[in-house]
Design a protein around this ligand. Structure first.
Ligand code: KG4
Ligand code: ZN
Length: 529
Protein backbone atom coordinates (compact mmCIF):
# COMPACT_ATOMS: atom_id res chain seq x y z
CA UNK A 1 0.00 0.00 0.00
CA UNK A 2 2.82 2.33 0.89
CA UNK A 3 4.35 1.71 -2.51
CA UNK A 4 1.57 3.83 -4.01
CA UNK A 5 3.18 7.23 -4.53
CA UNK A 6 0.17 9.05 -3.07
CA UNK A 7 -0.35 6.90 0.03
CA UNK A 8 0.91 8.37 3.26
CA UNK A 9 1.33 6.10 6.28
CA UNK A 10 -2.00 7.01 7.93
CA UNK A 11 -3.85 6.60 4.62
CA UNK A 12 -2.22 3.20 4.08
CA UNK A 13 -3.17 2.07 7.60
CA UNK A 14 -6.74 3.20 7.23
CA UNK A 15 -7.17 1.57 3.82
CA UNK A 16 -5.62 -1.64 5.10
CA UNK A 17 -8.11 -1.76 7.95
CA UNK A 18 -11.08 -0.99 5.72
CA UNK A 19 -10.06 -3.71 3.26
CA UNK A 20 -9.47 -6.13 6.15
CA UNK A 21 -12.93 -5.50 7.54
CA UNK A 22 -14.61 -5.68 4.15
CA UNK A 23 -12.78 -8.95 3.48
CA UNK A 24 -13.98 -10.34 6.80
CA UNK A 25 -17.52 -9.27 6.02
CA UNK A 26 -17.56 -10.71 2.52
CA UNK A 27 -15.91 -14.02 3.33
CA UNK A 28 -17.28 -14.75 6.76
CA UNK A 29 -20.77 -13.39 6.54
CA UNK A 30 -21.76 -12.95 2.91
CA UNK A 31 -20.05 -16.04 1.41
CA UNK A 32 -20.06 -18.49 4.32
CA UNK A 33 -23.19 -17.23 5.98
CA UNK A 34 -21.73 -16.81 9.47
CA UNK A 35 -24.07 -14.92 11.78
CA UNK A 36 -23.32 -11.20 11.65
CA UNK A 37 -22.11 -9.87 14.95
CA UNK A 38 -23.27 -6.51 16.20
CA UNK A 39 -22.00 -4.73 19.30
CA UNK A 40 -25.32 -5.21 21.09
CA UNK A 41 -25.31 -8.97 20.86
CA UNK A 42 -24.34 -9.20 24.45
CA UNK A 43 -22.32 -12.27 25.25
CA UNK A 44 -20.65 -12.79 21.83
CA UNK A 45 -19.18 -9.32 22.00
CA UNK A 46 -17.13 -10.31 25.02
CA UNK A 47 -15.82 -13.47 23.43
CA UNK A 48 -12.38 -13.91 21.94
CA UNK A 49 -11.94 -15.34 18.47
CA UNK A 50 -11.34 -18.66 20.11
CA UNK A 51 -14.45 -18.58 22.15
CA UNK A 52 -16.45 -17.46 19.15
CA UNK A 53 -15.16 -20.45 17.25
CA UNK A 54 -15.99 -22.75 20.13
CA UNK A 55 -19.48 -21.31 20.46
CA UNK A 56 -20.01 -21.76 16.74
CA UNK A 57 -20.46 -18.04 16.25
CA UNK A 58 -17.77 -18.17 13.61
CA UNK A 59 -17.52 -21.16 11.33
CA UNK A 60 -14.89 -23.64 12.37
CA UNK A 61 -13.15 -24.02 8.99
CA UNK A 62 -11.51 -20.67 9.73
CA UNK A 63 -10.12 -21.97 12.96
CA UNK A 64 -6.63 -22.65 11.66
CA UNK A 65 -6.41 -19.22 10.13
CA UNK A 66 -7.49 -17.50 13.31
CA UNK A 67 -5.10 -19.54 15.36
CA UNK A 68 -2.03 -19.06 13.26
CA UNK A 69 -2.39 -15.53 11.88
CA UNK A 70 -2.06 -13.56 15.15
CA UNK A 71 1.00 -15.59 16.04
CA UNK A 72 2.63 -14.91 12.66
CA UNK A 73 1.64 -11.25 12.85
CA UNK A 74 3.09 -11.07 16.32
CA UNK A 75 6.49 -12.30 15.17
CA UNK A 76 6.45 -10.17 12.03
CA UNK A 77 5.53 -7.02 13.95
CA UNK A 78 8.17 -7.71 16.58
CA UNK A 79 10.76 -8.33 13.88
CA UNK A 80 9.86 -5.24 11.87
CA UNK A 81 10.03 -3.03 14.92
CA UNK A 82 13.35 -4.62 15.85
CA UNK A 83 11.96 -5.68 19.20
CA UNK A 84 11.44 -2.05 20.15
CA UNK A 85 10.27 -2.30 23.79
CA UNK A 86 7.01 -0.36 23.43
CA UNK A 87 5.89 -2.25 20.37
CA UNK A 88 7.02 -5.49 21.91
CA UNK A 89 4.85 -4.97 25.00
CA UNK A 90 1.86 -3.84 22.94
CA UNK A 91 2.22 -6.69 20.48
CA UNK A 92 2.50 -9.19 23.30
CA UNK A 93 -0.62 -7.76 24.96
CA UNK A 94 -2.38 -7.88 21.61
CA UNK A 95 -1.52 -11.54 21.10
CA UNK A 96 -2.44 -12.52 24.64
CA UNK A 97 -5.81 -10.81 24.28
CA UNK A 98 -6.56 -13.06 21.34
CA UNK A 99 -5.40 -16.19 23.13
CA UNK A 100 -6.71 -15.54 26.63
CA UNK A 101 -10.48 -15.52 27.10
CA UNK A 102 -12.35 -12.42 28.28
CA UNK A 103 -9.90 -9.91 26.89
CA UNK A 104 -11.25 -8.85 23.48
CA UNK A 105 -11.46 -5.18 24.48
CA UNK A 106 -7.77 -5.20 25.36
CA UNK A 107 -7.08 -6.54 21.87
CA UNK A 108 -8.77 -3.52 20.30
CA UNK A 109 -7.08 -1.04 22.61
CA UNK A 110 -3.58 -2.43 22.12
CA UNK A 111 -4.06 -2.56 18.35
CA UNK A 112 -5.19 1.05 18.26
CA UNK A 113 -2.35 2.31 20.45
CA UNK A 114 0.16 0.33 18.46
CA UNK A 115 -1.16 1.74 15.18
CA UNK A 116 -0.95 5.27 16.51
CA UNK A 117 2.63 4.71 17.62
CA UNK A 118 3.51 3.17 14.25
CA UNK A 119 2.11 6.22 12.52
CA UNK A 120 4.03 8.51 14.80
CA UNK A 121 7.34 6.67 14.61
CA UNK A 122 7.10 6.21 10.87
CA UNK A 123 7.44 9.98 10.97
CA UNK A 124 6.02 10.52 7.53
CA UNK A 125 2.81 12.48 7.55
CA UNK A 126 0.90 13.27 4.42
CA UNK A 127 4.00 13.60 2.29
CA UNK A 128 4.33 10.90 -0.33
CA UNK A 129 7.94 10.12 -1.04
CA UNK A 130 9.95 7.68 -3.09
CA UNK A 131 11.75 6.69 0.10
CA UNK A 132 8.67 4.90 1.34
CA UNK A 133 8.51 2.89 -1.86
CA UNK A 134 12.15 1.90 -1.51
CA UNK A 135 11.58 0.98 2.11
CA UNK A 136 8.58 -1.16 1.36
CA UNK A 137 10.19 -2.84 -1.63
CA UNK A 138 13.38 -3.35 0.33
CA UNK A 139 11.38 -4.92 3.14
CA UNK A 140 10.39 -7.77 0.85
CA UNK A 141 14.00 -8.65 0.13
CA UNK A 142 16.87 -8.80 2.58
CA UNK A 143 16.31 -6.06 5.09
CA UNK A 144 12.79 -6.21 6.44
CA UNK A 145 13.90 -4.01 9.32
CA UNK A 146 14.16 -1.07 6.91
CA UNK A 147 10.40 -0.87 6.72
CA UNK A 148 10.20 1.24 9.83
CA UNK A 149 13.47 3.09 9.56
CA UNK A 150 13.06 6.77 9.85
CA UNK A 151 16.44 8.36 10.49
CA UNK A 152 17.44 10.44 7.48
CA UNK A 153 20.49 12.66 7.37
CA UNK A 154 21.59 15.26 4.84
CA UNK A 155 25.41 15.43 4.67
CA UNK A 156 27.28 18.44 3.31
CA UNK A 157 31.00 18.46 2.48
CA UNK A 158 33.07 21.50 1.41
CA UNK A 159 36.34 21.03 3.28
CA UNK A 160 38.61 21.12 0.24
CA UNK A 161 37.87 21.25 -3.47
CA UNK A 162 34.68 19.21 -3.77
CA UNK A 163 31.20 20.57 -3.10
CA UNK A 164 29.22 17.45 -2.17
CA UNK A 165 25.92 16.54 -0.57
CA UNK A 166 23.96 13.33 0.04
CA UNK A 167 20.93 11.96 1.85
CA UNK A 168 21.48 8.65 3.62
CA UNK A 169 19.09 6.60 5.73
CA UNK A 170 19.70 4.55 8.83
CA UNK A 171 20.31 1.33 6.91
CA UNK A 172 23.01 2.94 4.77
CA UNK A 173 20.86 3.44 1.69
CA UNK A 174 22.13 6.38 -0.32
CA UNK A 175 18.85 7.98 -1.31
CA UNK A 176 20.38 10.83 -3.28
CA UNK A 177 23.78 12.40 -3.85
CA UNK A 178 25.42 15.13 -5.87
CA UNK A 179 28.96 16.41 -6.24
CA UNK A 180 30.75 19.22 -7.99
CA UNK A 181 34.48 18.74 -8.37
CA UNK A 182 36.81 21.69 -8.81
CA UNK A 183 39.73 19.51 -9.94
CA UNK A 184 39.74 20.82 -13.51
CA UNK A 185 40.06 24.43 -12.41
CA UNK A 186 42.78 23.63 -9.88
CA UNK A 187 44.72 21.48 -12.35
CA UNK A 188 45.04 24.52 -14.60
CA UNK A 189 46.35 26.73 -11.81
CA UNK A 190 48.74 24.01 -10.62
CA UNK A 191 47.15 23.68 -7.17
CA UNK A 192 44.26 24.84 -5.00
CA UNK A 193 43.97 28.60 -4.52
CA UNK A 194 41.71 28.98 -1.44
CA UNK A 195 39.72 32.09 -2.53
CA UNK A 196 39.02 30.42 -5.88
CA UNK A 197 37.85 27.26 -4.10
CA UNK A 198 35.65 29.38 -1.82
CA UNK A 199 34.04 31.16 -4.78
CA UNK A 200 33.34 27.85 -6.55
CA UNK A 201 31.78 26.38 -3.37
CA UNK A 202 29.55 29.46 -3.10
CA UNK A 203 28.45 29.15 -6.70
CA UNK A 204 27.57 25.46 -6.41
CA UNK A 205 26.44 24.62 -2.90
CA UNK A 206 22.78 25.53 -3.27
CA UNK A 207 22.43 23.55 -6.52
CA UNK A 208 24.31 20.50 -5.17
CA UNK A 209 22.25 20.28 -1.97
CA UNK A 210 19.06 20.75 -3.97
CA UNK A 211 20.12 18.01 -6.40
CA UNK A 212 20.85 15.56 -3.57
CA UNK A 213 17.50 16.28 -1.91
CA UNK A 214 15.55 16.03 -5.18
CA UNK A 215 17.22 12.77 -6.12
CA UNK A 216 16.24 11.34 -2.73
CA UNK A 217 12.67 12.68 -2.92
CA UNK A 218 13.09 13.68 0.71
CA UNK A 219 11.94 17.13 1.73
CA UNK A 220 14.06 19.02 4.27
CA UNK A 221 11.19 18.68 6.75
CA UNK A 222 11.58 14.90 6.71
CA UNK A 223 15.25 15.03 7.70
CA UNK A 224 16.29 13.85 11.16
CA UNK A 225 19.39 16.08 11.11
CA UNK A 226 21.86 17.97 8.94
CA UNK A 227 25.52 16.92 9.17
CA UNK A 228 28.35 19.08 7.85
CA UNK A 229 32.14 18.91 7.79
CA UNK A 230 33.49 21.58 10.12
CA UNK A 231 37.08 20.31 10.44
CA UNK A 232 39.80 19.97 9.27
CA UNK A 233 40.21 21.63 5.88
CA UNK A 234 40.64 24.96 4.14
CA UNK A 235 39.15 27.70 6.30
CA UNK A 236 37.49 29.52 3.41
CA UNK A 237 35.98 26.31 2.02
CA UNK A 238 34.74 25.03 5.39
CA UNK A 239 33.10 28.41 6.01
CA UNK A 240 30.86 28.13 2.93
CA UNK A 241 29.50 24.70 3.91
CA UNK A 242 28.99 25.68 7.54
CA UNK A 243 27.11 28.92 6.94
CA UNK A 244 24.91 27.31 4.28
CA UNK A 245 24.10 24.42 6.66
CA UNK A 246 23.33 26.70 9.58
CA UNK A 247 20.86 28.59 7.38
CA UNK A 248 19.09 25.31 6.57
CA UNK A 249 19.17 24.22 10.22
CA UNK A 250 17.60 27.50 11.22
CA UNK A 251 14.98 27.47 8.49
CA UNK A 252 13.79 23.90 9.08
CA UNK A 253 14.51 23.70 12.82
CA UNK A 254 16.64 20.58 12.51
CA UNK A 255 19.42 19.29 14.78
CA UNK A 256 22.94 19.97 13.52
CA UNK A 257 25.77 17.41 13.59
CA UNK A 258 29.29 18.82 13.15
CA UNK A 259 31.53 16.33 11.36
CA UNK A 260 35.26 15.64 11.55
CA UNK A 261 36.30 14.98 7.94
CA UNK A 262 38.84 12.26 8.84
CA UNK A 263 36.41 10.42 11.09
CA UNK A 264 33.92 10.43 8.24
CA UNK A 265 36.51 8.91 5.88
CA UNK A 266 37.35 6.26 8.48
CA UNK A 267 33.75 5.20 9.20
CA UNK A 268 32.65 4.98 5.54
CA UNK A 269 33.53 1.29 5.46
CA UNK A 270 30.71 0.58 7.94
CA UNK A 271 28.23 1.78 5.34
CA UNK A 272 29.38 -0.77 2.76
CA UNK A 273 30.67 -3.66 4.90
CA UNK A 274 29.81 -5.19 8.21
CA UNK A 275 32.84 -4.01 10.17
CA UNK A 276 32.80 -3.96 13.94
CA UNK A 277 34.97 -1.80 16.21
CA UNK A 278 37.89 -1.83 16.73
CA UNK A 279 39.57 -1.71 13.32
CA UNK A 280 42.59 -0.03 11.77
CA UNK A 281 42.32 2.64 9.14
CA UNK A 282 44.93 4.00 6.74
CA UNK A 283 43.94 7.21 4.92
CA UNK A 284 46.17 8.09 2.00
CA UNK A 285 45.24 10.82 -0.45
CA UNK A 286 46.38 14.18 -1.79
CA UNK A 287 45.66 15.88 1.52
CA UNK A 288 45.62 13.10 4.09
CA UNK A 289 48.06 10.60 5.46
CA UNK A 290 47.25 8.94 8.72
CA UNK A 291 47.00 5.62 10.44
CA UNK A 292 44.48 5.29 13.23
CA UNK A 293 42.80 2.74 15.43
CA UNK A 294 39.04 3.20 15.31
CA UNK A 295 37.55 2.11 18.62
CA UNK A 296 34.12 3.70 18.31
CA UNK A 297 32.06 6.29 16.45
CA UNK A 298 34.08 9.09 17.94
CA UNK A 299 36.85 7.17 19.61
CA UNK A 300 40.01 7.30 17.51
CA UNK A 301 43.59 6.64 18.41
CA UNK A 302 46.13 8.21 16.07
CA UNK A 303 48.98 5.80 15.48
CA UNK A 304 50.87 7.71 12.82
CA UNK A 305 50.66 10.58 10.36
CA UNK A 306 52.81 12.25 7.76
CA UNK A 307 55.37 14.59 9.25
CA UNK A 308 55.28 16.68 6.07
CA UNK A 309 53.20 16.14 2.94
CA UNK A 310 50.68 13.46 1.96
CA UNK A 311 51.64 10.70 -0.53
CA UNK A 312 49.17 11.92 -3.19
CA UNK A 313 50.62 15.41 -2.92
CA UNK A 314 54.10 13.99 -3.44
CA UNK A 315 53.04 11.88 -6.44
CA UNK A 316 51.33 14.94 -7.93
CA UNK A 317 54.52 17.00 -7.50
CA UNK A 318 56.72 14.30 -9.06
CA UNK A 319 54.28 13.94 -11.97
CA UNK A 320 54.36 17.69 -12.50
CA UNK A 321 58.15 17.72 -12.36
CA UNK A 322 58.19 14.94 -14.97
CA UNK A 323 55.69 16.97 -17.09
CA UNK A 324 53.48 13.92 -17.39
CA UNK A 325 50.56 16.16 -18.34
CA UNK A 326 52.30 16.44 -21.73
CA UNK A 327 52.48 12.66 -22.08
CA UNK A 328 49.81 11.62 -24.62
CA UNK A 329 48.58 8.73 -22.44
CA UNK A 330 48.47 10.70 -19.18
CA UNK A 331 47.21 14.17 -20.08
CA UNK A 332 43.86 13.81 -18.30
CA UNK A 333 45.08 11.77 -15.31
CA UNK A 334 45.81 12.96 -11.78
CA UNK A 335 49.52 12.82 -10.87
CA UNK A 336 49.19 9.59 -8.90
CA UNK A 337 47.20 7.86 -11.61
CA UNK A 338 49.71 9.00 -14.27
CA UNK A 339 52.59 7.56 -12.24
CA UNK A 340 50.76 4.26 -11.82
CA UNK A 341 50.00 4.12 -15.53
CA UNK A 342 53.55 4.90 -16.63
CA UNK A 343 55.10 2.61 -14.00
CA UNK A 344 53.65 -0.40 -15.80
CA UNK A 345 55.95 0.35 -18.75
CA UNK A 346 59.05 1.05 -16.66
CA UNK A 347 61.73 -0.90 -14.85
CA UNK A 348 62.00 0.21 -11.24
CA UNK A 349 65.39 -1.46 -10.78
CA UNK A 350 67.02 1.26 -12.93
CA UNK A 351 66.72 3.60 -9.94
CA UNK A 352 67.37 3.03 -6.29
CA UNK A 353 65.35 5.22 -3.95
CA UNK A 354 65.31 4.26 -0.29
CA UNK A 355 62.02 4.25 1.67
CA UNK A 356 62.17 7.03 4.29
CA UNK A 357 62.23 6.65 8.10
CA UNK A 358 63.58 3.10 8.05
CA UNK A 359 64.81 3.36 11.61
CA UNK A 360 62.07 5.47 13.16
CA UNK A 361 60.46 3.48 15.93
CA UNK A 362 56.98 4.80 15.34
CA UNK A 363 54.32 4.67 12.66
CA UNK A 364 54.75 8.15 11.15
CA UNK A 365 55.29 8.81 7.47
CA UNK A 366 57.39 11.27 5.49
CA UNK A 367 57.38 12.04 1.79
CA UNK A 368 59.04 15.40 1.17
CA UNK A 369 62.60 14.12 1.71
CA UNK A 370 62.01 11.40 -0.85
CA UNK A 371 60.50 13.96 -3.19
CA UNK A 372 63.68 16.08 -3.02
CA UNK A 373 65.85 13.05 -3.76
CA UNK A 374 63.66 12.29 -6.78
CA UNK A 375 63.80 15.94 -7.93
CA UNK A 376 67.57 15.83 -7.82
CA UNK A 377 67.62 12.58 -9.76
CA UNK A 378 65.33 14.06 -12.43
CA UNK A 379 67.60 17.10 -12.74
CA UNK A 380 70.62 14.85 -13.17
CA UNK A 381 68.83 12.77 -15.81
CA UNK A 382 67.81 15.93 -17.69
CA UNK A 383 71.47 16.91 -17.83
CA UNK A 384 72.49 13.43 -18.98
CA UNK A 385 69.83 13.26 -21.66
CA UNK A 386 70.37 16.90 -22.69
CA UNK A 387 66.72 17.71 -22.08
CA UNK A 388 65.26 20.94 -20.70
CA UNK A 389 62.82 21.04 -17.81
CA UNK A 390 59.29 20.75 -19.18
CA UNK A 391 60.07 17.96 -21.60
CA UNK A 392 59.55 14.27 -20.99
CA UNK A 393 62.60 12.18 -20.09
CA UNK A 394 63.14 8.90 -21.89
CA UNK A 395 63.56 7.33 -18.45
CA UNK A 396 60.27 8.79 -17.12
CA UNK A 397 58.58 5.38 -16.95
CA UNK A 398 61.50 3.86 -15.00
CA UNK A 399 61.44 6.77 -12.57
CA UNK A 400 57.67 6.43 -12.16
CA UNK A 401 58.05 2.70 -11.42
CA UNK A 402 60.79 3.30 -8.85
CA UNK A 403 58.88 6.16 -7.17
CA UNK A 404 55.67 4.15 -6.96
CA UNK A 405 57.51 1.17 -5.51
CA UNK A 406 59.34 3.21 -2.90
CA UNK A 407 56.10 4.91 -1.81
CA UNK A 408 54.37 1.50 -1.64
CA UNK A 409 57.17 0.05 0.51
CA UNK A 410 57.16 3.02 2.87
CA UNK A 411 53.38 2.93 3.36
CA UNK A 412 53.34 -0.84 3.78
CA UNK A 413 56.20 -0.89 6.29
CA UNK A 414 54.68 1.78 8.52
CA UNK A 415 51.33 0.02 8.38
CA UNK A 416 52.97 -3.28 9.22
CA UNK A 417 54.49 -1.73 12.33
CA UNK A 418 51.10 -0.37 13.35
CA UNK A 419 49.41 -3.76 13.00
CA UNK A 420 52.13 -5.55 14.96
CA UNK A 421 52.09 -2.88 17.62
CA UNK A 422 48.31 -3.06 18.04
CA UNK A 423 48.41 -6.85 18.16
CA UNK A 424 51.22 -6.82 20.70
CA UNK A 425 49.28 -4.45 22.94
CA UNK A 426 46.00 -6.29 22.46
CA UNK A 427 44.38 -3.18 20.98
CA UNK A 428 42.68 -5.07 18.17
CA UNK A 429 40.08 -7.77 18.68
CA UNK A 430 41.31 -11.33 18.89
CA UNK A 431 39.69 -12.49 15.67
CA UNK A 432 38.96 -10.95 12.32
CA UNK A 433 41.32 -7.98 12.45
CA UNK A 434 40.44 -5.48 9.74
CA UNK A 435 42.62 -2.89 8.00
CA UNK A 436 40.61 -0.33 6.04
CA UNK A 437 42.47 1.62 3.37
CA UNK A 438 40.87 4.68 1.86
CA UNK A 439 41.69 7.90 0.00
CA UNK A 440 42.61 8.56 -3.64
CA UNK A 441 46.03 6.88 -3.33
CA UNK A 442 44.34 3.68 -2.11
CA UNK A 443 43.20 3.07 -5.68
CA UNK A 444 46.84 2.37 -6.65
CA UNK A 445 47.09 -1.37 -7.28
CA UNK A 446 50.82 -1.63 -6.57
CA UNK A 447 50.31 0.00 -3.15
CA UNK A 448 47.37 -2.31 -2.48
CA UNK A 449 49.53 -5.31 -3.39
CA UNK A 450 52.13 -4.25 -0.82
CA UNK A 451 49.42 -3.81 1.80
CA UNK A 452 47.96 -7.20 0.92
CA UNK A 453 51.32 -8.83 1.64
CA UNK A 454 51.30 -7.16 5.04
CA UNK A 455 47.73 -8.14 5.89
CA UNK A 456 48.26 -11.72 4.73
CA UNK A 457 51.34 -12.01 6.90
CA UNK A 458 49.49 -10.66 9.94
CA UNK A 459 46.20 -12.54 9.43
CA UNK A 460 44.28 -9.33 8.78
CA UNK A 461 41.52 -8.58 6.30
CA UNK A 462 42.20 -5.70 3.91
CA UNK A 463 39.09 -3.72 3.02
CA UNK A 464 38.71 -0.68 0.75
CA UNK A 465 35.50 1.27 0.22
CA UNK A 466 34.46 1.46 -3.46
CA UNK A 467 36.49 4.13 -5.34
CA UNK A 468 33.69 6.75 -5.37
CA UNK A 469 33.53 6.58 -1.55
CA UNK A 470 37.34 6.61 -1.15
CA UNK A 471 37.58 10.22 -2.32
CA UNK A 472 35.78 13.18 -0.77
CA UNK A 473 32.00 12.87 -1.00
CA UNK A 474 28.76 13.82 0.73
CA UNK A 475 27.73 10.25 1.51
CA UNK A 476 30.46 9.76 4.11
CA UNK A 477 29.37 12.93 5.92
CA UNK A 478 25.71 11.90 5.96
CA UNK A 479 26.69 8.40 7.12
CA UNK A 480 28.79 9.83 9.94
CA UNK A 481 25.67 11.81 10.89
CA UNK A 482 23.66 8.57 11.03
CA UNK A 483 26.36 6.87 13.13
CA UNK A 484 26.31 9.81 15.53
CA UNK A 485 22.52 9.88 15.69
CA UNK A 486 22.46 6.18 16.50
CA UNK A 487 25.12 6.59 19.17
CA UNK A 488 23.57 9.84 20.45
CA UNK A 489 26.89 11.68 20.09
CA UNK A 490 27.47 15.31 19.13
CA UNK A 491 23.93 16.23 18.08
CA UNK A 492 23.40 19.96 18.53
CA UNK A 493 19.99 21.56 19.03
CA UNK A 494 21.57 24.94 19.53
CA UNK A 495 24.23 26.00 17.05
CA UNK A 496 25.26 29.19 18.77
CA UNK A 497 29.02 29.59 18.86
CA UNK A 498 29.72 26.79 16.43
CA UNK A 499 32.89 27.45 14.43
CA UNK A 500 34.84 25.64 11.77
CA UNK A 501 38.34 24.45 12.69
CA UNK A 502 40.76 24.37 9.74
CA UNK A 503 43.62 22.73 11.66
CA UNK A 504 43.56 19.07 12.47
CA UNK A 505 43.28 18.95 16.22
CA UNK A 506 45.00 15.77 17.12
CA UNK A 507 42.89 12.73 17.55
CA UNK A 508 43.97 10.96 20.73
CA UNK A 509 47.63 10.44 20.06
CA UNK A 510 49.30 7.32 21.16
CA UNK A 511 52.95 7.81 21.90
CA UNK A 512 54.95 4.68 21.74
CA UNK A 513 58.45 3.43 21.65
CA UNK A 514 58.20 0.17 19.94
CA UNK A 515 60.90 -1.97 18.42
CA UNK A 516 60.14 -4.43 15.70
CA UNK A 517 62.15 -6.60 13.45
CA UNK A 518 59.18 -7.76 11.51
CA UNK A 519 59.32 -6.13 8.13
CA UNK A 520 60.64 -9.39 6.72
CA UNK A 521 57.34 -10.20 5.10
CA UNK A 522 57.91 -7.32 2.72
CA UNK A 523 61.37 -8.37 1.63
CA UNK A 524 60.15 -10.42 -1.30
CA UNK A 525 57.98 -7.51 -2.38
CA UNK A 526 60.91 -5.13 -2.25
CA UNK A 527 63.16 -7.43 -4.21
CA UNK A 528 60.99 -9.08 -6.81
CA UNK A 529 57.84 -7.11 -7.38
O1 KG4 B 1 41.09 11.43 -2.05
P1 KG4 B 1 41.44 12.29 -3.20
O2 KG4 B 1 40.58 12.24 -4.44
O3 KG4 B 1 41.47 13.80 -2.78
C1 KG4 B 1 42.10 14.28 -1.66
O4 KG4 B 1 43.33 14.40 -1.72
O5 KG4 B 1 41.39 14.57 -0.69
O6 KG4 B 1 42.93 11.93 -3.61
C2 KG4 B 1 43.56 12.53 -4.68
C3 KG4 B 1 44.97 12.09 -4.68
C4 KG4 B 1 45.79 12.81 -5.71
O7 KG4 B 1 46.95 13.28 -5.10
C5 KG4 B 1 46.07 11.77 -6.75
O8 KG4 B 1 47.33 11.95 -7.36
C6 KG4 B 1 46.04 10.50 -5.95
O9 KG4 B 1 45.03 10.69 -4.99
N1 KG4 B 1 45.72 9.35 -6.78
C7 KG4 B 1 46.53 8.29 -6.94
C8 KG4 B 1 45.90 7.43 -7.86
N2 KG4 B 1 44.70 7.99 -8.21
C9 KG4 B 1 44.62 9.17 -7.53
N3 KG4 B 1 47.72 8.00 -6.41
C10 KG4 B 1 48.29 6.84 -6.76
N4 KG4 B 1 47.73 5.97 -7.62
C11 KG4 B 1 46.55 6.21 -8.20
N5 KG4 B 1 46.03 5.34 -9.05
ZN1 ZN C 1 39.22 13.78 2.33
Amino acid sequence: MLALPTASVPVAWTLTNVIHNLGMYVFLHAVKGTPFETPDQGKARLLTHWEQLDYGVQFTSSRKFFTISPIILYFLASFYTKYDTTHFILNTASLLSVLIPKMPQLHGITHTVNMLIFNKTAGVFFKPSRRKIYEVLGSFHFYPGKRFLHKLVLGIETSCDDTAAAVVDEAGNVLGEAIHSQTEVHLKTGGIIPPVAQQLHRENIQRIVQEALSASAVSPRELSAIATTIKPGLALSLGVGLSFSLQLVDQFKKPFIPIHHMEAHALTIRLTNKVEFPFLVLLISGGHCLLALVRGVSDFLLLGKSLDIAPGDMLDKVARRLSLIKHPECSTMSGGKAIEHLAKQGNRLHFDFQPPMQRAKNCDFSFSGLQHVIDKMIMQKEKEEGIEQGHILSSAADIAAAVQHTVACHIAKRTHRAILFCKQRGLLGQSNTVLVVSGGVASNLHIRKALEIVTNATQCTLLCPPPRLCTDNGVMIAWNGIERLRAGLGILHNTEGIRYEPKLKELNVLSFEYKDDATNCLMSFERFC
